[in-house]
Design a binder for this molecule. Structure first.
Ligand SMILES: [Zn+2]
Length: 463
């Protein structure tokens, strides 16, 4: 009777009904399950706390209109909630979601984001209203049960992987049941910071499902309001490579360091947790891969930046490499380069080898100045000059050069003397490897880093 259709409202509704019935797939639902959820909706949608939530989802519907006469309300329920029981059909039209015979035409008060009655735009066959079947319509009536309220809007999570849609709807449904069982609750609780709520859900699903999967799916957040003249939907998207990165980062191999990096990215407020506070790292994931260099600099190389006075609760301004050396991990960074930036394995290896060679050089010579200059460099010419000078000095002392020509090109240049656009990122990556090695060897990085609060040039410096 019910099935996934790839439409977010229908699918989240089908998932919520599946969770309601304690089953594992929409296909397993019986007629009795549908009757029970419809009855539940009839009882709970017309009173708070759900009613207040629904005014921005189904405005002007029977659920939220206290003035609607009982006969009219009964007819509303019969048609739009219990429509799956009726034999009604709209002559010759198919349901736009599932392709079954359509039973009714719907408008904005029945399905969010449609236009109101009497408006023809965007509907098939120049007739107002969207033809749908009773089953898909029941799913759409049920979708708020698998949603949450965030920053005044409705938040749902949908994926091409049906298990992800099911699990997210189940998590939100369980929260909703809790709210319904709370006494003295009139207003539906609002979860702040939708991006943080989204990533938190993805991580929860990752832990008990995604980590065991061969391929990570992409996951989409819909953040909508169907209210008055401000109806709008925001769509946020986590592509599969970011989902894959999150799954691997939170697995046993990286879990300890990653967990700590995440913990230090929470907004500096009391009781920092999803729904209450934002996590800056979670929110920065939505800027990947475009701002990957900045991400590496802040979270993996622990470079703080001066946040403007408006953002006093931004923890990233307090990051300091010399105090957080145990969070610098080459393996975690290399995994990020591979999964998120799709950097070629050859270049990753070249960067790691160079980091190893530089750290051995510093270990051996205690050349603090070389470390400091490399860390601080802001212009490409300076980098080139520094490496040539240090290499030549090594050669004069009868040792091999610090960096070979081919290696230099692979890591820093597009062609001879033409710097790569991401040469600063490459420098930061070499630094990450060097710092990890030197720290493991017990070298005092504190003594090697610049005395004044100076960050390497790059995006993070702009804040
Ligand atoms: Zn349908």
């Amino acid at each position: 009777m019910l099935k996934f259709t790839r439409h977010p409202f229908v699918d989240v509704g089908a998932a919520a009904i599946t969770a309601f019935a304690g089953k594992s797939r929409p296909e397993d639902l019986s007629r009795q399950d549908l009757d029970e959820v419809a009855d539940f909706i009839e009882r709970h949608y017309t009173r708070d706390p759900l009613k207040s939530f629904l005014t921005a989802i189904f405005p002007n519907s029977g659920y939220v209109q206290p003035a609607m006469k009982p006969e009219k309300f009964a007819a509303f329920l019969n048609r739009y909630l219990y429509g799956y029981r009726n034999e009604e059909s709209v002559s010759g039209l198919r349901c736009v979601y599932c392709g079954r015979e359509a039973s009714v035409r719907v408008f904005r008060q029945h399905v969010p984001m449609l236009t109101g009655e009497g408006i023809l735009n965007f509907f098939p066959r120049s007739a107002p209203g969207l033809p749908v079947c009773g089953f898909c319509l029941l799913c759409i009536q049920a979708f708020p049960l698998g949603a949450t309220k965030s920053s005044g809007r409705t938040l749902i999570i949908h994926s091409d992987d049906e298990q992800v849609t099911l699990r997210a709807a189940k998590n939100f449904f369980q929260d909703n049941l809790k709210y319904l069982n709370m006494r003295d609750i009139t207003k539906y609780p609002d979860q702040k910071y939708p991006r943080t709520v989204f990533v938190d859900q993805v991580l929860r699903i990752s832990e008990d499902y995604l980590q065991g999967q061969e391929h990570s799916p992409s996951i989409t957040l819909y953040h909508l309001t169907n209210y008055g003249t401000t109806a709008d939907v925001g769509i946020l998207y986590l592509p599969s490579q970011i989902v894959e990165f999150l799954s691997i980062a939170s697995s046993a191999k990286f879990g300890r360091i990653w967990g700590e990096i995440v913990r230090r990215a929470w907004q500096k407020v009391d009781d920092a947790r999803p729904g209450v506070a934002r996590n800056f790292l979670y929110e920065d994931l939505f800027e990947l891969p475009e701002r990957a260099a900045r991400f590496v600099q802040i979270y993996f190389l622990r470079q703080g930046f001066r946040a403007s006075a408006r953002f006093k609760d931004d923890p990233r301004s307090g990051y300091a490499l010399e105090r957080e050396l145990n969070l610098v991990s080459w393996d975690l960074t290399a995994m990020f380069l591979r999964e998120v930036m799709e950097m070629e394995a050859e270049r990753i290896k070249a960067i790691r080898d160079l980091g190893d060679r530089f750290s051995s050089y510093i270990s051996k010579t205690n050349d603090r100045r070389f470390f400091r200059d490399f860390y601080r460099i802001d212009k490409y010419g300076q980098l080139r000059g520094l490496l040539i000078k240090a290499s030549n000095a090594e050669v004069r002392s009868g040792r091999s050069p610090l960096i070979g020509f081919d290696e230099f090109i692979t890591i820093f240049e597009e062609g001879e003397e033409l710097p790569r656009i991401d040469w600063r990122l490459a420098r930061d990556l070499v630094l990450i490897r060097m710092i990890e090695r030197l720290h493991q060897e017990g070298k005092m990085i504190e003594e090697l880093t610049p005395e004044e609060e100076e960050v390497p040039g790059g995006e993070a410096a702009e804040g």
